[in-house]
Design a protein around this ligand. Structure first.
Ligand code: SAM
Length: 452
């Protein structure tokens, strides 16, 4: 009988993409993938370490899996593996702190998981692989392992060279490494022929894309390799193309030009600023100040297309004063974001910021979080209300969790839209007339189906 593997994924889209890739390799090696830990012979937790809370969740989950197996009286306990960012960062110490763990799989060992499991099944204790990727590794993901049959994540760059002082990513994911453009274009073409309607080009810093060769980009002009790639991917005819996350310092305005030229490049840009205070941006080692950032926002706002803009902000970075925070509030007012992800600063061991004194008290971080959230909600409400009476194009994803009469999906500008319709099916692209704005979503009526 085939061994069954269950993979549970925490964290960002890169982790989702790694899980899909790991599942592809496991299935190829003869494993069966299951949807629950109870039925599995091997449980892999694909982990995130960006904030302390995410990391703690993993260790809680290991305890739960071990206890569930005991309670169920299973004769053979499942093998437990930790993969992803926590595995890469903590390595061997996971075995000491969590003796239930059998395998540790670093962020660049995805393709070697089948052989690592074989070693653990063969009786080897404490199997660990934190090594680099090997040349010629396969990025292809089998459609059966993708989390959606309509929306696909396509990694174009992994790792990070930026070393922002708060961030663990350069340590957990290594240096930036871009994929060959022809390989990316071929993958998008394949996805299109399989019926995918939307792809997200993903990477920690997607616009820092810098492939070793020009293969696949020869016919496309542009100021940067990334804007050329956008044009090349748009040329595949894929209906909707999104990309995330962009790094401000590498955000060339030619990206906006590409979006203006190619209607299938979606009208949404995620450009994390992290703070509105130049003093804090310097301490964060972001490589941009608020003026540089606002210049890019001006270019986005002056576009012929109305581009939706979202961002990330950290509140309570060490030394953040009331005045620094006020500057962040001012920047948020100026940017008029369509959406904002707000995080309370979380100290990560090994990052330069972890050595900084002048820690902002938890109560103050919370107060700033609430104040910023309140400001964003009031601004967002105006933006969302401006959609009422407009028709937007939606990729239908599933039945709404609230009502079986409603369907839900995302707009090209990446807003959640729920709408009344018993006639539309997941995977269809439809026009919806917006009748109501809610704080974090829009509501409307189905107008017509587009030629899909
Ligand atoms: N470059 C990736 C990106 O922007 O998507 C980083 C991924 S990280 C999941 C997303 C956000 O987490 C960052 O933009 C930042 O706002 C936040 N973040 C990263 N490190 C953090 C830390 N130490 N404390 C709080 N928030 C953090």
């Amino acid at each position: 009988m085939k061994s069954k593997v269950y993979i549970e994924t925490f964290g960002c889209q890169m982790n989702v993409a790694d899980t899909e890739r790991a599942a592809t390799g496991l299935r190829k090696a003869g494993y069966e993938l299951t949807a629950s830990a109870e039925a599995a012979d091997v449980v892999l937790l694909n982990t995130c370490s960006v904030r302390e809370r995410a990391e703690r969740k993993v260790f809680r989950r290991i305890g739960e899996i071990r206890n569930e197996a005991k309670r169920a009286g299973r004769q053979k306990k499942p093998l437990i593996g930790v993969m992803g960012c926590v595995a890469q960062l903590e390595g061997e110490t996971i075995f000491q702190n969590s003796p239930a763990v059998d395998l540790i799989i670093g962020t660049r060992a995805t393709d070697r998981i089948p052989s690592l499991i074989e070693r653990a099944r063969g009786g080897e204790a404490a199997v660990i692989d934190l090594d680099e990727r090997q040349e010629g590794e396969v990025w292809d993901v089998s459609p059966a392992e993708r989390r959606s049959p309509y929306v696909a994540f396509v990694p174009i760059i992994e790792g990070c060279n930026k070393f922002c002082s708060f961030c663990i990513v350069p340590y957990s994911r290594g240096r930036e490494k871009s994929r060959n453009a022809l390989e990316i274009v071929n993958e998008v073409q394949r996805l299109r022929s399989l019926g995918y309607k939307e792809i997200h080009l993903i990477g920690q810093n997607v616009n820092s894309y810098r492939p070793k060769s020009q293969e696949g980009l020869e016919r496309y002009s542009g100021a940067t390799a990334f804007s050329r790639l956008l044009r090349a991917v748009a040329d595949t005819g894929m209906q909707r193309i999104k990309f995330t996350t962009s790094f401000p310092r590498d955000f060339h305005t030619d990206i906006v030009s590409a979006l203006e030229e190619c209607p299938n490049l979606c009208d949404w840009i995620h450009l994390p600023v992290q703070s509105g205070s130049d003093r804090i941006l310097k301490a964060m080692r972001r490589g941009h100040n608020s003026e540089d950032y606002l210049r890019r926002i001006d270019a986005i706002r002056s576009s012929k297309r109305r581009l939706s803009l979202t961002s990330d902000i950290i509140v309570g970075f060490p030394g953040e004063s009331e005045e620094d925070f006020e500057n962040t509030m001012r920047l948020v007012r100026a940017c008029e974001y369509d959406g904002l992800f707000i995080f309370k600063y979380s100290q990560r061991a090994g990052t330069p910021a972890a050595t900084l004194a002048d820690v902002v008290p938890e109560a103050e971080k919370k107060a700033r979080f609430i104040a910023l959230e309140g400001l964003q909600e009031s601004m967002q409400s105006k933006i969302y209300n401006s959609y009422v009476g407009r028709t937007v194009s939606i990729l239908v994803e599933k039945e709404s969790a609230r009502s079986s009469e409603d369907m839900t999906g995302h707009s090209t500008c990446h807003k959640v839209v729920n709408f009344r319709s018993r006639k539309s099916q997941p995977g269809e692209i439809v026009d919806v007339l917006i009748s109501q704005a809610k704080p974090y979503s829009l509501y409307g009526e189905l107008m017509s189906k587009q030629a899909n």
